[in-house]
Design a protein around this ligand. Structure first.
Ligand code: 7TS
Length: 429
């Protein structure tokens, strides 16, 4: 591989694998409408909502379509050829995910519907059984509702208190505060690896070390990290780690929970039913080996095949190059937006601890109106609370706009975002 190739991505050829990015929309900007102008035909989509869901490249779609056309069958239970082929693909998908995130093997990888279900699995299976009055669960102020609401409710049911590591004015975790509130009473520390609202990349291994010093377990929410950087769960030291396929060029409907083998072995199942058992009588049942103990019923077979294709595709490009590309786009977007006097940006300044997304507000324009004007330019961004309502309360805003980037985005697309902001400003002033 040439040095030049290492430095930058061939975004043009990457984009060719995403026909959806060629879509165009007939749109009129608000100012054109105000002038009685019908607008422009065929504005090409600018997709900047990747933190919500990324687009899916052809090789992933093809892998899933090959599965349905060639070897669709239920897994684990069949003697016939198709079931054997499907079972091998499904089971080996666990090995591939384990390898991708540095886990020991398939026993440590449970397929779930998404990150949210992984959080709930641990909260129900471990939390409901292990927590009680006097115990504390430590979260961060930048948690996604997926962990925040889940641990809050488990806290209410078990009597455990929930505490939050504060964030600094720059949108980083206040690690002094973390050292203060993580104590011997702490049973679980659950933290987001990369914030979906602030873009902050948190020092998760440091957090894990603090938790372990006090005998607490750790859950790291990697929904915004695994898609765009190289993640090694063993280097981080986390007890549990989770992510979603649909945010990393993979299909919807599949996510993964990593858990240390000894912990998963000691935990009760989360869902009961077929496949997760070994022996069943009218009175009782015993549980299958890992990871199947946590995968009741017919699992996401096509999605597992698609997830493997997505991992292959990402690794072929190189996770480090994807991270560098995102950091470059985030820096460019940050600088463009920062130059606008009436734009407020949330989260840390560009650098290695800022991922490829920028949350912001335009003074006197509601984020939803801004997103709607962006849509008039065929620029897709997200507006709202991004499932971090308490964090928005803390920031003193009801909502924010968010542009989030992926491997196929370009600086020209960031320019279109900024042009749309100028249009919004003209309309509302
Ligand atoms: N954790 C983080 C940090 C997230 O960003 C999200 C989804 C989740 C958990 C939940 O993932 P899911 O696959 O279970 O839904 N975040 C967003 C977002 O920012 N916009 O839409 C979904």
């Amino acid at each position: 591989m040439s040095h030049q190739h290492l430095e930058s991505l061939d975004v043009d050829s990457i984009r060719e694998e995403f026909p959806i990015l060629e879509r165009t929309f007939d749109v009129a900007s608000e100012t054109q409408r105000a002038d009685g102008d019908a607008g422009d035909d065929g504005q090409q989509l600018v997709y900047l909502d990747n933190a919500a869901t990324t687009q899916t490249p052809d090789p992933v779609i093809d892998a899933m379509s090959d599965y349905y056309r060639g070897y669709n069958a239920n897994v684990h239970r069949g003697i016939h050829h198709l079931s054997q082929e499907a079972s091998i693909a499904y089971e080996e998908a666990h090995d591939r995910v384990a390898e991708f995130i540095g886990a020991d093997g398939r026993e440590e990888i449970v397929f779930t519907k998404n990150t949210t279900e992984a959080e709930n699995l641990v909260a129900y299976s471990w939390g409901l059984n292990e927590l009680g009055p006097g115990d504390e669960v430590v979260l961060t102020e930048m948690e996604h509702h997926a962990s925040l609401v889940t641990w809050q409710q488990i806290g209410k049911r078990t009597g455990a208190d929930v505490k939050y590591v504060q964030i600094t004015d720059e949108g980083r975790l206040d690690m002094d505060h973390a050292r203060e509130i993580i104590t011997d009473d702490t049973a679980m520390v659950s933290a987001v690896h990369v914030s979906n609202t602030l873009g902050t990349v948190n020092p998760v291994s440091e957090l894990v070390d603090i938790a372990h010093d006090h005998g607490a377990l750790t859950f790291i929410d990697g929904a915004q990290a695994v898609p765009n950087r190289s993640v090694d769960v063993e280097a981080i030291g986390a007890d549990f780690y989770a992510f979603s396929g649909h945010k990393m060029a993979g299909p919807t409907g599949i996510g993964a929970l990593y858990g240390k083998k000894g912990l998963l072995e000691a935990m009760d199942p989360y869902l009961y039913g077929g496949d997760m058992i070994t022996k069943v009588t009218y009175e009782d049942a015993t549980w299958n080996e890992l990871p199947w103990k946590f995968e009741a019923g017919t699992p996401q077979i096509a999605e597992a095949v698609g997830l493997v294709a997505a991992i292959d595709w990402l690794e072929e490009i190189g996770m480090d190059r994807i991270a560098a590309h995102e950091e470059e786009l985030a820096r460019y977007a940050y600088e463009q937006l920062d130059a606008e006097p009436d734009v407020e940006i949330y989260g840390p300044e560009p650098g290695p601890d800022r991922a490829g997304l920028v949350g912001f507000n335009l003074e006197n324009v509601h984020a939803h109106d801004l997103a709607s004007i962006m849509n008039d330019h065929a620029v897709a961004i997200r507006a709202g609370d991004h499932c971090t309502q308490p964090l928005h309360d803390k920031l003193g805003v009801a909502a924010s706009a968010r542009a989030s980037f992926y491997v196929y985005n370009t600086k020209e697309e960031v320019d279109k975002l900024v042009a749309a902001i100028d249009d919004a400003r003209q309309l509302f002033r």
